[in-house]
Write a protein that binds this ligand. Structure first.
Ligand SMILES: Nc1ncnc2c1ncn2[C@@H]1O[C@H](COP(=O)(O)OP(=O)(O)O)[C@@H](O)[C@H]1O
Ligand SMILES: [Mg+2]
Length: 523
């Protein structure tokens, strides 16, 4: 799309050349290929490697690589998953690397090829981790958020009780996948996100939809999902500028000037007209359908049509200047009928195949316009008909790596302990509690495997977050020493993991594991 536009660039700029200043501004805002036409092949090669990586590698069940090495975190999944990442990386290097015929300068850093995106302003590979906020910013952001809440009179304990207090934390993979999904959805390609149960698919898509919803959602501007990645170097420049300015401005001014003086906000006007040619500033209306085992085709149709309006006699579409984005959660859920078909899924297939549905009352065909679909399901691909699957671009969300879980725990526990003025001894034991939690989670996942009689032995991230929620209920007056902190942890871990175990052998194994980990970390 971008390349096609190079030719029409002149026409475009003529149309827009209201003032001389305008043209100047456009000039500095052009993408790399336009500024350096001689390097066109270079950028296309790099973009091809990126596209190849995600087109073929995106569907591989692989392991999220750790951002940095935390010594006591054992790798969560089996080695084979890490090997997939490594093998694919090797393949890409063999196909496109310096020693191959093509000879592209591939990144040589620590991460595999999955860890990089192409910055099309600079024609360079940049690690995704640069886009993910680091622990320190997370903690800072969390603390400021909480102090604001406290100032407004809300009690932190209350917030924890309603169970909504675990903030969503972007990881490298979710950042990357939401970028890819937005890009696909922007171009009206259906996307399917798969991954083991409880790795955060629903959470990741909801987070993305929250950002996308509203007018100008797919614009390439600062703060939008696409903009954050595509305008990477520009944002980086302005944020380093911002940092320099904040150092210069004394404390008192900072609060006074606040957001209005925020230099990162300034370039927001830049929305790339060329990329948005077809769907200029269209908004997005999101509608979510949770599939369950007993959902019917009629109900599915009703949910799809809910937010659509009549455009012409036989055409339905999104409200004016909008497009509809349908999120189908747990798409694998509907059970097959006696003939082996899944009616709700057949309806979706018809929608994607023919671009519409039948009005069953009047027996007429209705076209549906401006509709994109994003779906999530667990990887039981043979449950879904290939006729439907073929429409989707499939992406796999790997299990978050241990260091991300560590960060999430650290941010939340740290915040909770410091806001509620726990004793320094308890605050210090935070790291031990976290290491213990991760270790016991890892052990339970490895040792308590589901069998036909124990099919509920499915321990995933949800249990991990239940444990965290439990820890976040600590009372300052009771938890006042390291021993009490350890006891609290033991109690919560027992409730989350032990209470689901069925027989005596499993239970005693759990206690053995628990005491071993406690000894390891609490001495
Ligand atoms: N990055 C994250 N930050 C915070 N919580 C997360 C994150 N990823 C997953 N979770 C939590 O993990 C749990 C399971 O996620 P969910 O999206 O329901 O999994 P799935 O849909 O893949 O089965 C949810 O409680 C969710 O809030
Ligand atoms: Mg889900």
């Amino acid at each position: 799309d971008d390349l096609n536009d190079t030719s029409s660039k002149e026409a475009n700029s003529r149309r827009e050349s209201v003032t001389f200043k305008d043209i100047e501004k456009r000039d500095e805002n052009t993408w790399y290929p336009e500024k350096n036409p001689d390097k066109l092949t270079k950028i296309i090669q790099k973009l091809f490697v990126f596209a190849f990586t995600w087109a073929f590698g995106g569907a591989l069940n692989r392991e999220d690589e750790p951002r940095e090495n935390i010594p006591f975190c054992p790798s969560l999944e089996s080695d084979s998953l890490a090997k997939v990442t490594y093998d694919f990386d090797k393949l890409v290097h063999e196909l496109f690397g310096n020693s191959s015929q093509v000879g592209i300068n591939l990144p040589t850093g620590e991460c595999s090829i999955f860890g990089y995106f192409v910055d099309i302003e600079q024609c360079e590979f940049i690690p995704w981790s640069d886009l993910v906020p680091n622990d320190q910013t997370l903690i800072q952001r969390g603390t400021s958020l909480l102090t604001n809440l406290q100032r407004s009179g809300k009690n932190f304990l209350k917030i924890t009780e309603c169970g909504e207090c675990i903030n969503y934390t972007a990881t490298r993979d979710t950042t990357c996948l939401s970028f890819l999904m937005s890009l696909l959805l922007k171009n009206s390609c259906p996307v399917l996100l798969t991954g083991e149960s409880g790795v955060g698919k629903t959470a990741a898509i909801n987070q993305m939809l929250e950002k996308i919803e509203g007018p100008g959602a797919f614009d390439i501007k600062h703060g939008s999902i696409l903009g954050d990645t595509l305008l990477y170097s520009e944002i980086k420049k302005s944020s380093s500028l911002k940092q320099n300015i904040t150092i210069l401005i004394p404390e008192t001014h900072k609060t006074a000037t606040g957001s209005s003086d925020n230099p990162t906000k300034k370039p927001e006007v830049r929305t790339d007209k060329k990329l948005l040619k077809n769907n200029d500033h269209k908004g997005v209306v999101v509608s979510t359908i949770n599939f369950s085992t007993n959902i019917t085709a009629a109900k599915t149709k009703e949910m799809i049509l809910k937010k659509l309006i009549r455009r012409t006699k036989d055409t339905l579409g999104a409200p004016k200047n909008n497009r509809i984005l349908i999120f189908i959660d747990d798409m694998n859920m509907p059970v097959s009928d006696t003939y082996g078909a899944q009616p709700p899924l057949e309806l979706i297939r018809q929608l994607l195949d023919l671009g519409g549905v039948y009005d069953t009352k009047k027996n007429t065909w209705k076209n549906i316009q401006d509709l994109s679909i994003v779906a999530a399901c667990v990887p039981v691909v043979n449950d879904i008909s290939p006729r439907l699957l073929k429409h989707f671009s499939m992406l796999v969300l790997p299990h978050p790596s241990q260091d991300i879980l560590y960060t999430i725990f650290q941010v939340h526990l740290g915040m909770y302990f410091s806001i509620n003025n726990f004793t320094p001894e308890v605050q210090k034991s935070k790291d031990q509690i976290i290491s213990c939690s991760l270790a016991i989670y890892h052990q339970v996942r490895q040792n308590m495997l589901p069998t036909p009689t124990k099919c509920h032995y499915m321990f995933n991230l949800r249990d991990m977050f239940k444990l965290l929620l439990g820890l976040l209920q600590a009372d300052r007056t009771v938890i006042n020493s390291k021993e009490m902190a350890a006891l609290l942890f033991v109690h919560e871990a027992t409730r989350v993991f032990h209470d689901r175990l069925m027989d005596f052998t499993d239970k005693s194994l759990f206690y053995r594991l628990l005491s071993k980990e406690l000894e390891n970390y609490f001495q």
